[in-house]
Every structure is written in structure tokens, then in C-alpha cells.
Design a protein around this ligand. Structure first.
Ligand SMILES: O=C(O)C(=O)C[C@]1(C(=O)O)C=C[C@@H](O)C=C1
Length: 377
């Protein structure tokens, strides 16, 4: 058996040679970046990378070594690409130039804000929390109407729920933001405390039907499971459920809604805090057609798609790792009509004026499809 000290000495010598060669390779990579700056050629060249891997592994018969060589050279080329992005991304062309940096958002008594639902909805509460009581506001019936209203320029800002701590992501909201080319400029969290409310004078024993938004029903599953005899009816919004119970005027109907909505529609609260989780918070996004970000905004939201292949997402996420950028959220969804390709929504901590963020985004933009900055807020 060889002596460990002796083997390590040999490894040290090899590493020194590899280090020197690696540095030479990185200098070549910088020269390539210079060439690409001049010619506008893309940094990422998957055909060249595949050819290199094929040449380097073709004579190797031991599978584990073949896989290791492939992995090592793929990593090396990925490092080389990121080095090139860092050299070129200082130039604005490499990132979305349509976003304008502002000191603060323009909000005054003439600002028009649209939210979905009716007064008393959690969306309205989010709107008041974010904008205060002095802006002009109005509501529309469906989530999609918020986005359409913004798109037509009939409101300056829109408020939509994006996720809830117990029910997860509100599906489809991100997709709507993409479809309508609007961006996220802010966010606001609202503590969701549902109550169980019915007409004054009703009792729990009389209830036959319970109305709420699907998420309202989901968030109170524990309480509702204790009453399997109740029929659950989904409506567009928790405040609409309170209004419906009030309008229908029947003691057999109840709503799961906010205390504010129950009071607004003259209902009696039969039970408070009916949510499964004490800490139930919904995060809302504030959207605008104007592509702006506050210079102190702390979160960037992006979307992109990658083929459903081993390592494809990993390779993209290494751009964050390499640039020391922290991710705070990731969502995936299959892309309709595009078999084996997946769309991703990712939130990272940072600002579009930060070189590390610009660098990471420059790489991701080039190496994915459908890249889009959803907002910095
Ligand atoms: O040959 C190039 O075009 C390079 O940019 C160099 C290199 C490499 O490091 O080998 C890096 C990125 C490309 O995707 C392909 C290869």
C-alpha cells in the first residue's frame, strides 16, 4: 500500500499544474468574451460544449470516470460562461433595459387602484394597508379583470393575492402577469383571520350551506370536517360569501369571511378564528403597467423555462450561487402545449441595480427560454 503522505504530495503537485492550467483556460475565456463583445455572438454555445464533452470522453471505457470527466468539464465551461457574463453584464444590453429605477412609487390622492372582489374582501384590506385611505379605488369581479384593467390603462395599480401560508400559491396569478406584460412593484401581507358568520339570530345547528372562496374553505378544513353535513359552496371571494348570506336572508346559510366583511354586511359571528393555522397570512402583489422599481426594493421576481432534462434547473440556479444571491421562492409548472418543458418562477433577494443580480440574470437570460423579469419590489 502506498503511504498517504506520499499520495497527497503527488495530488498537491497535480493540483498545482491544474491550477495553472485552469487560470490559463480562464484567460482564454476572457479573450472569447472580448471576441463575443465585438461580434454579438452569444456566450452560451451548447453545440460547442457538447462536442467538447464527446471528444473528451470518447475513449474512456470506465463509466464512472467517463461521467466524472463529463461533469468536471461541464462545470468548468459553466464557470467559464459565468466569468464571461461578469465581464459583459456591466453593459446594459445584457439585462432588461425597460425597467426604470425610481426613488419611490408615485402615489397620491389621484392614484387609481383596482382590486378584485367587493369591499370587505382581504384584497381591499391589502389595498388600504399598502396605499392608505386616500387613493381612489374600485373593485372588479374576477382576478383577470384586475390585470385587464391595468392593461387598458384604467388604473395605476392593481392588487392580487399571490400566496397563503396554509393553502400555498394562488394558482394562475403569475401566468396572468406574464400574459399581460405588467410588472410587480410592491407586496403586502395581510393576516387572514376567518370568522364563521350567519344572519343575526342564527345558530350553528341551523346551518346547511357554507359559502366562501375555495381557499377560505381549504384554510378552515379542520373546522368544516367537524360538520360533514354542511354543503360547501365556492364563490369568487370571501366578502362575496358574506354579501350572499346577507342578501339571501336565510338562517341556514353561513359564510367564511373576515370580521370586517361580516360586520360590513350585518352578519353575526357564530365562531371566530376558524382557520386551521393560527398564523394564516396572505401575501398580495401590487402590480403596475409602468415598468418601475424602487431603488431600495429588496426582491426580484423572474420567470423562465428549461427543458425537462437532468441538471437543467441545477445549472440555472448555480448562477445565483456563483453570484452569492439568495433565493427566497421557487415555483414550477408544466407549460401548456410544450411537452417536457417546465416553467419556473423564482424570487431572489436583491435589486436590479446590484451587479451580482445583474450578473446572475444576464446568465439566466441567455441560458433559458422565455426569460422575463416580473418585477423588483
Ligand atoms: O468557445 C466558446 O465560445 C466559449 O465561450 C468557451 C466555452 C468554454 O469554456 O469552453 C464557454 C462557453 C461556451 O458555451 C462554450 C465554450
Amino acid at each position: 500500500m502506498r503511504d498517504l503522505m506520499e499520495i497527497r504530495q503527488q495530488i498537491d503537485e497535480i493540483d498545482q499544474k491544474m491550477l495553472s492550467l485552469f487560470k490559463q483556460r480562464m484567460r482564454c475565456s476572457a479573450d472569447v468574451a472580448e471576441y463575443k463583445r465585438g461580434t454579438g455572438k452569444a456566450i452560451y454555445d451548447p453545440v460547442r460544449e457538447r462536442q467538447k464533452i464527446d471528444v473528451l470522453t470518447k475513449d474512456e471505457t470506465e463509466t464512472i470516470i467517463k461521467k466524472s470527466v463529463e461533469e468536471m468539464f461541464l462545470q468548468m465551461m459553466s464557470i467559464s460562461r459565468r466569468y464571461q457574463y461578469s465581464l459583459l453584464s456591466q453593459e446594459d444590453a445584457y439585462i432588461d433595459g425597460t425597467f426604470e429605477e425610481v426613488d419611490s412609487l408615485d402615489i397620491n390622492e389621484n392614484t387609481k387602484v383596482v382590486y378584485q372582489g367587493i369591499p370587505g374582501a382581504y384584497q381591499e384590506q391589502a389595498m388600504v394597508q399598502y396605499f392608505g385611505e386616500n387613493v381612489k379605488n374600485f373593485s372588479v369581479p374576477e382576478f383577470k379583470d384586475v390585470v385587464k384593467t391595468l392593461d387598458r390603462g384604467e388604473a395605476d395599480y392593481g392588487v392580487l393575492p399571490i400566496e397563503n401560508t396554509s393553502a400555498g400559491t394562488v394558482s394562475g396569478i403569475y401566468d396572468m402577469i406574464l400574459d399581460y406584460d405588467i410588472c410587480v412593484v410592491g407586496e403586502e401581507s395581510v393576516d387572514v383571520r376567518h370568522v364563521f358568520a350567519a344572519l343575526p339570530g342564527s345558530s350553528l345547528e341551523q346551518i346547511e350551506k357554507v359559502y366562501s372562496h375555495p381557499q377560505g374553505l381549504m384554510q378552515c378544513k379542520g373546522f368544516l370536517d367537524e360538520h360533514p353535513e354542511w354543503e360547501q359552496v365556492k364563490v369568487a371571494n370571501t366578502a362575496i360569501s358574506a354579501k350572499k348570506v346577507a342578501d339571501d336572508g336565510k338562517n341556514t346559510k353561513a359564510a367564511i369571511c373576515s370580521e370586517r366583511a361580516a360586520k360590513m354586511y350585518g352578519l353575526q359571528i357564530l365562531k371566530r378564528e376558524v382557520n386551521d393555522e393560527g398564523n394564516n397570512t396572505t401575501r398580495f402583489v401590487i402590480m403596475s403597467k409602468k415598468k418601475q422599481y424602487r431603488k431600495d426594493a429588496g426582491k426580484v421576481s423572474i420567470s423562465f423555462s428549461v427543458p425537462h432534462e437532468s441538471g437543467s434547473l441545477y445549472n440555472i440556479l448555480t448562477h445565483f450561487m456563483f453570484n452569492n444571491v439568495s433565493m427566497s421562492n421557487i415555483e414550477s409548472r408544466p407549460l401548456p402545449g410544450r411537452k417536457w418543458e417546465y416553467g419556473f418562477y423564482v424570487d431572489v433577494i436583491g435589486n436590479l441595480n446590484d451587479p451580482a443580480i445583474r450578473n446572475a440574470l444576464a446568465g439566466i437570460k441567455e441560458e433559458t427560454k422565455d426569460f422575463k423579469i416580473l418585477g423588483n419590489f
